[in-house]
Design a protein around this ligand. Structure first.
Ligand code: SF4
Length: 379
């Protein structure tokens, strides 16, 4: 299994919308009613973020009793959001885990190295700033005009893994969100010829680190709104001068367009990533087509073969969330992971990934090729 890429060329970027809100230039202060409405919306947003993060943590068993979670901070909106949400959840979690925030100062020109230490001190959270001049290495080694992200992220990855060891971290948390997962899925589909996304949890290729993405269920727009509300001191991510990956930009625009014109489509696709039906794809490693034989046992949910599939309208992800048995963060954190339905699925390989269906059933699929994700980025 390869290392997870930690290229931060797209997510957690300096989205202009995520820039901390500046004092309004208008002389008319918002009315009391408008302020109350805003408070309500922010309250709802904070609750939604906590609930969705908790659900992802619980679904994938990301954080356990006694864990020391290293939260990778780049200075972008996503990693600020991740740290903030995890700190809130920790204070209410029914079990103990530690958080240590880590930033890698890569010595990019103009990097404001005082911002993160000041912010982290104000939070009273343990943190470590690792200073390594990978910028000089990358600019020296990579020919001009070529993309630097691949080498840069490889160097960063190695450094962060070493730091995780030194800090005794048992989990490395990255700030990738729902839209990063979707974008990676489409990049692999369009340009890699693979049905492959960005897992919420994975083991690094050296077999020594568990990488988690607690924001896996959170749409980017919520993180943008939260960063604005919290006025996180965002650090620009374009200091290295590298161009953002054009293919990722293109996919991002496609998803944004759908969200505008076909509300629900991207959620449906996202939900599909955890409802894999290996028997209805064509991967012979995932499903034993060669040995397929009639069982003689009727199956209500079985394949109708001659009937076309019926497709309903977009299913609300939120509706699923609301329907979950444990809806409060505390309840979800305390919930025992669902027991696989006997006989529902059999792991084909030891590296199998388990998908939990909305019905509570678990479906198992293998990760044959390991993690070789298209352009990703650190939290
Ligand atoms: S080269 Fe720049 S954009 Fe690419 S991964 Fe490194 S810091 Fe991020």
């Amino acid at each position: 299994m390869s290392l997870p890429s930690l290229d931060h060329s797209s997510a957690d970027t300096m989205n202009p919308q995520a820039t901390p809100a500046q004092p309004a230039a208008t002389s008319t202060p918002p009315s009391a009613k408008a302020q109350a409405r805003e408070r309500l919306e922010n309250n709802k947003l904070a609750k939604r973020l906590a609930r969705e993060t908790t659900r992802a943590i619980s679904d994938y068993n990301m954080i356990e009793e006694g864990d020391r979670v290293m939260v990778c901070l780049s200075g972008g909106k996503d990693s600020y959001g991740l740290l903030d949400i995890l700190m809130r959840l920790r204070s209410r979690a029914p079990f103990h885990f530690d958080i240590v925030a880590v930033n890698l100062d890569q010595k990019q020109p103009g990097f404001p190295d005082h911002i993160l230490p000041e912010y982290l001190r104000s939070l009273d959270v343990p943190f470590h700033i690792e200073t390594q001049d990978t910028y000089s290495i990358v600019t020296r080694v990579v020919p001009e005009g070529k993309t630097m992200c691949s080498l840069c992220s490889r160097l960063r990855r190695g450094i962060l893994y070493r730091v995780a060891d030194e800090l005794g971290a048992t989990k490395i948390a990255l700030g990738h969100h729902r839209d990063d997962i979707l974008a990676t899925f489409f990049l692999n589909l369009f340009y890699g010829g693979k049905l492959k996304g960005m897992p919420p949890k994975l083991v690094s290729d050296d077999g020594r680190h568990t990488v988690i993405r607690p924001l896996a269920y959170v749409p980017e727009r919520d993180l943008i709104a939260y960063a604005r509300h919290m006025q996180f001191p965002i650090i620009p991510c374009n200091l290295c001068g590298s161009q953002e990956n054009l293919k990722r930009q293109e996919v991002g625009r496609m998803i944004a367009q759908w969200d505008k014109e076909q509300p629900g489509r991207s959620w449906n696709i996202f939900n599909a990533l955890s409802r894999v039906v290996p028997s209805h794809l064509m991967d012979r490693e995932l499903f034993d087509f060669a040995g397929l034989k009639p069982t003689g046992i009727p199956d209500e949910e079985g394949d109708k073969a001659f009937d076309g599939d019926e497709f309903q309208g977009p299913e609300s992800h939120q509706a699923q969330a609301d329907a979950s048995v444990a809806s409060t963060p505390e309840a979800v954190m305390a919930a025992t992971p669902a027991t696989p339905t006997p006989g529902a699925a059999v792991p084909l390989k030891e590296t199998a990934l388990t998908f939990i269906r909305p019905s509570g059933k678990r479906t198992v699929a293998t990760d044959n090729a390991g993690d070789k994700q298209a352009d990703q980025q650190p939290a």
